[in-house]
Design a protein around this ligand. Structure first.
Ligand SMILES: *Cc1c(COP(=O)(O)O)cnc(C)c1O
Length: 481
């Protein structure tokens, strides 16, 4: 470093206040009151170190009056919650990495009111004694699905694990080879079955399994026939899978007692071969209305005679993370009393949000009020109007974009390969003037993180999954990027 440069660096260093001087500033004392002395002191030290680095690189020391502001900015960044809201511009409606289903207003209000104070989580108000947390959503679930009984657990994975542990331990569970799936996050059906103490009996082939394959696999050790929804992949071509009704017919004809359902022996599950249906997402609303393939409906599985049907709370149901098991009373009763249930139990926030969500279904207002269904149901015209508005507003901010036809997906292991037509707003590298990956990273790391898609070297934004309340933030973020 040349002599004069070295001198000017020393001059700048001398302008730096001491840590104590910064902490003594009246405006900084407000920050200390809010964040605590030790945190603010650490932040001042961190700030000081970055300023010294800047000076070494030829920068100048901040003016004395700038310190409170710089400190404020740095603390705001440091105390930002780790878990925070992001803008989902990917067009993937149920994005597992982005928290799956956004909740409807009623669900959020219910959570707020139940968590602000005490609740009757495990208290029966009518008798003034201990009640069960599992009773809360039960009536609504039965009403909506036609099932005799229901239980809510932490998620669908927990629901399956519990059902297999409670009802199939030490005995055989027959599954088609085409349905031995890995769902993601390492949840593999064969492994879960092994953990639960059940013994997997694989039948059929990868692409084709027939009812007779199930029938031929039945022995006196068979506990259940299980169907698993191939949630995240699709088989096309020369394929065959037995219908759920086929499994029910087989299970009934091979059950060790053919007594009527009300006899005590019939209610003892050990006397019957169960049909367990893992729907994964499942839905209460017919997806074909939206031009999508039929996603299996919970009420249809019950109607088809499945003994237990498991489905997720935060996939197409559009509620909180939870796992429902609905079905036969005698089976659910055994889940309720199993020792694992406590470990897989659902908390009051979830139950509040779930009950509110189910109530909206019961009122027939799901498609109108639940974000997942609002997004799936968004019309082509609405989406294209939103895209046009974004383009216009961005242009006013000096950002040129293109409008592309495109496709949104459902995600969350429902309806693999299915798409909904949408209108995209695309930003080309000529606009942001850098590599597309760098621009995507800047969007992710901004004040309101935006997650978008990259297509043909452009940043692409899908209006379908952006909440209307987030529009301003999104456009600002695009502008600053
Ligand atoms: C998603 C899924 C699960 C797991 O559901 P979570 O609620 O995420 O635990 C289980 N089975 C199938 C078939 C699924 O698609």
């Amino acid at each position: 470093m040349s002599q004069p440069a070295e001198q000017s660096v020393q001059i700048q260093y001398r302008k730096l206040p001491s840590v104590d001087a910064v902490l003594g500033n009246p405006e900084v004392r407000f920050l200390v009151a809010e964040h605590g002395l030790s945190q603010v002191t650490d932040t001042v030290r961190g700030l000081m170190a970055s300023v010294r680095k800047e000076i070494a690189n030829g920068g100048t020391a901040p003016q004395p009056e700038q310190w409170p502001f710089l400190l404020h900015q740095r603390i705001a960044r440091e105390t930002e919650p780790e878990l925070r809201t992001v803008i989902n511009a990917t067009g993937v409606v149920i994005h597992t990495n982005l928290g799956r289903a956004p909740l409807c207003d009623a669900a959020r209000l219910a959570m707020d009111s139940v968590t602000a104070g005490y609740s009757n989580l495990e208290y029966d108000l009518s008798i003034g004694e201990r009640g069960s947390r599992y009773d809360h959503a039960k009536r609504l679930l039965c009403e909506l699905t036609g099932a005799e009984d229901a239980i809510v657990l932490n998620n669908c994975a927990a629901a399956i694990f519990l059902a297999l542990s409670a009802l199939c331990n030490g005995r055989e569970v027959v599954v088609s080879r085409g349905q031995l799936v890995e769902i993601g996050g390492g949840f593999r059906i064969p492994d879960v079955l092994r953990q639960s103490g059940g013994q997997l009996v694989e039948v059929g082939t990868t692409n084709r399994t027939h009812p007779s394959d199930f029938a031929n696999a039945i022995s006196d050790r068979t506990a259940a026939l299980m169907r698993i929804h191939a949630s995240n992949f699709r088989q096309i071509g020369f394929t065959a899978t037995p219908a759920l009704t086929d499994l029910v017919t087989i299970a009934q004809s091979y059950s060790r007692s053919n007594m009527d359902d009300n006899s005590p022996a019939a209610n003892d599950n050990r006397n019957r071969i169960l049909v367990i249906d893992d729907l994964g997402s499942g839905t209460l609303i017919d997806t074909t209305k939206y031009g999508l393939s039929p996603e299996p409906m919970v009420q249809e599985s019950i109607k088809a005679g499945a003994d237990l049907v498991a489905f997720s709370g935060d996939k197409l149901l559009g509620g909180p993370q939870a796992g429902m098991v609905v079905g036969r009373k005698a089976c659910i009763a055994r889940l309720r009393t199993h020792p694992l249930t406590r470990a897989l139990r659902v908390d009051k926030m979830t139950l509040a949000a779930l009950e509110a969500t189910l109530r909206i279904y019961a009122a027939g207002r799901a498609e109108e009020c639940i974000p997942v269904w609002q997004m799936i149901g968004a019309s082509k015209d609405d989406l294209s109007a939103t895209a046009d508005r974004w383009q216009r507003r961005l242009l006013q901010m000096g950002v040129a974009t293109e409008i592309w036809p495109g496709e949104s997906t459902i995600g969350g292991g429902s309806l693999p390969g299915e798409t909904l037509p949408t209108t995209l707003v695309a930003l080309s590298s000529s606009t942001f003037g850098s590599q597309v990956d760098g621009a995507a990273a800047r969007l992710r790391e901004g004040q309101s993180p935006v997650i978008c898609r990259i297509q043909r070297d452009c940043l692409v934004f899908d209006p379908r999954t952006v909440l209307s309340s987030q529009e301003d933030q999104l456009l600002q973020a695009i502008k600053s990027c």
